[in-house]
Design a protein around this ligand. Structure first.
Ligand SMILES: C=C(O[C@H]1C=CC=C(C(=O)O)[C@@H]1O)C(=O)O
Length: 406
């Protein structure tokens, strides 16, 4: 909303020729930034925000005016962020992207992805037992909220058509922040995040944290019931308030003014309803780099918990598998420290034959393990749909596997 740049209109005789193992895409509102080719890659530790900002700035000042850096910061502060300086960057308007999609889809091989194997890194029994363990911690320690997640590996018979997956994501979700980022030559991180961690343009900052969720329903009548239940749920309102309180605390010292609505509103994705709050601020210093603030907001209690450090150590303990880039942040920045960063959710890491999906849920003392598992299932649907799969496809395969292992 704050980005006012000239748009490049596509040549109607050419398609974009987007190559997911080489190019980046970041869609926000009516604007889509698409890159072509990699000029350079660099990494940076994220446990020292000043060093992170300096590294990005140093890399960008060497480049021609207008160059952007695209990047992804992992969940864990001891891991490295990955950045790409592209050869070429184009900003497209949504109608142009739609016509590109049409052209691209007509040339793509729309073969259904046949799935061969499913492996849960945290299965249903383990997930529910982690939720119960967290509830025990709430009663015994100062922990108030923790986000627990599952990861699931899908193996396909044929190579995954990543461009097709991206075009499905763009088609199925009108809202949200679509992203595609080639982590390396073999792996692409792709998804559509509903959650804006931070956008900055000049002195203006905007953050739109989400927490508290309910799946979408099939009928209008059921939808109305779900919306009402979510908005009035004490459990979800608490889960949400914990996040907003923390974000406000981090943003306040940077801002002259910060507008925080007293009540959340409702935001929908293709598969979920969420409680949502937009925090709008005006910075004291408009030259503050977006990553200076974003890396302090990250990981927010929407992905980690409260208190952050305690929640973080319990996540490592309970989940047993590194989240790596999942529940990290992804986005871009320009040479003036402006940009947009969203949380890495509703996404997958795609390799040639394998997709690793991620879904988490905020756990508080009123959480019910079975409902939290269902919530994470519903969140997986975004990526499953884009891969041409349904939840029951992976449930059947995983049940068969569990039986065979007994
Ligand atoms: C961790 C995820 O969602 C977060 C974002 C929105 C709502 C959430 C919730 O209600 O638990 C989560 O905090 C995910 O989608 O994997």
């Amino acid at each position: 909303m704050y980005m006012k740049h000239a748009f490049e209109m596509p040549d109607p005789n050419k398609t974009l020729n987007f190559q997911s193992q080489r190019d980046c895409l970041f869609m926000s509102g009516e604007q889509c930034i698409v890159t072509q080719g990699v000029k350079s890659r660099f990494t940076s530790p994220i446990n020292n925000t000043q060093q992170l900002v300096e590294t990005v700035q140093q890399q960008l000042t060497k480049q021609p005016e207008g160059t952007l850096a695209f990047g992804v910061l992992p969940f864990c502060k001891t891991q490295q962020a990955h950045f790409i300086i592209p050869n070429k960057t184009t900003r497209w308007e949504r109608p142009a992207i739609s016509s590109w999609l049409k052209a691209e889809l007509s040339t793509l091989n729309k073969k259904v992805n046949h799935i061969e194997a499913v492996t849960y890194l945290q299965n249903q029994a383990q997930f529910k037992s982690s939720v119960n363990a967290a509830k025990q911690l709430f009663s015994e320690t100062t922990l108030e909220k923790i986000v627990l997640s599952k990861q699931v590996d899908l193996t396909f018979k044929d190579p995954i058509n990543k461009e097709l997956v991206l075009s499905q994501l763009l088609q199925q979700s009108r809202n949200g922040y679509h992203f595609s980022f080639p982590v390396n030559d073999h792996r692409t991180l792709m998804g559509v995040s509903p959650e804006l961690l931070l956008a900055k343009h000049g002195p203006h900052v905007l953050s739109n944290p989400l927490a508290g969720s309910i799946p979408r329903a099939a009928s209008a009548e059921q939808e109305a019931k779900h919306k009402k239940a979510l908005f009035n749920s004490h459990k979800d309102r608490f889960e949400h308030a914990v996040v907003i309180e923390d974000m406000e605390k981090v943003l306040t010292p940077f801002c002259n003014t910060l507008d925080v609505p007293l009540e959340p509103s409702l935001l929908s994705t293709a598969t979920m309803w969420h409680l949502s709050t937009e925090l709008k601020g005006e910075l004291q210093n408009q030259h503050t780099h977006i990553l200076d603030i974003a890396n302090k907001l990250h990981p927010s209690p929407a992905l980690c918990g409260k208190p952050t450090q305690a929640a973080y150590s319990h996540i490592l303990d309970l989940e047993k598998h590194s989240r790596d880039l999942f529940s990290g942040i992804i986005g871009w920045c320009d040479q003036h420290g402006n940009g947009e960063w969203v949380v890495v959710i509703r996404c997958a890491q795609l390799e040639k034959y394998q997709a690793r999906l991620f879904a988490g849920a905020g756990i508080v003392s009123a959480s019910e393990p079975a409902l939290e598992w269902q919530e994470t299932d519903a969140k997986l649907k975004t990526m499953l749909n884009a891969l041409g799969l349904e939840l029951k496809d992976i449930q059947q395969l995983s049940n068969l596997k569990e039986k065979a292992e007994l």
